[in-house]
Design a protein around this ligand. Sequence first.
Ligand SMILES: O=C(O)C1=N[C@H](C(=O)O)C[C@H](O)C1
Length: 297
Amino acid sequence: MQDAHHSPSPDFSGLWIPLVTPFRDHAVDHAALAALAEKLAATGIAGFVVCGSTGEAAALDEDEQMAVLATVAAAAPSLPRIMGLSGYHLGKTLAWVRKLSGCGLAGLLVPAPSYIRPSQAGLEEWFGAIADASAVPLLVYDIPYRTGVAIERETLLALAAHPRIRGIKDCGGDMAKTRALIADGRLQVLAGEDAQLFATVAEGGAGAIAASAHLQTERFVKVLRLLEEGRLAEARAEWQPLLPLIEAMFSDANPGPLKAALAARGLMQDELRPPMTRVPPERRQRLLDTLQGLSRP
Ligand SMILES: O=C(O)C1=N[C@H](C(=O)O)C[C@H](O)C1
């Protein structure tokens, strides 16, 4: 795995963990965050996505986001970090991107602006302006069910011409689009939909950003390695037991189930920032029973 920040040709392949942000009594629990990052850093992952949707970044102010980033950097200094962005005020976003330029990031994960449903031309301008302002490469985050707008294939191919737009976190739910991007070859395609990890990488994708891989991390890493080595049957045998885990992790809004599972392992409090809520007790028990059925940690 190359260091994406210092390499002239960044490599975002492999498994990236979009870290949860632990809370305790409404504040970020930096001790739990550091311990989690340290633990995950020893599993063979490519790096961390900090302040993604799993990290509840929309509920963190700028100072909190900076502090979260600093904690992860200190806990796992050898691993690259990608920072998630959110919001739809272009001026504020560009100022934030410039502020992040000195933070030693490997890249930025940039979604389409939420709620306002811009045109494809508007999206091209949005990503182009952020890429122009950024000192580090961008991964475009295509997640229409959260943002309200799909980034179309032609738009993504146009964005691929920008020297700093280097990959996509693909939650688009459109395998034809995924295949077209893989065939084009200019953007590294990372599965962003956990259940699509195997299919995307088997078809030539570079890796994944998968929240459920906070658990069973080594097994996820192994699936990707086996696929990369072309050992399909062995990869499938490792992958299939992960499917109930993935289903359980998305049985309520992410990161609710994940935080319930991590809390049950004593790794943090089961606490989310409003308006996100904990998994209710009746579903929580079913979730923990499912996880108990899986062998490794
Ligand atoms: O935070 C992320 O990055 C991820 N977000 C997706 C989501 O919550 O919609 C899920 C994916 O596993 C990682």
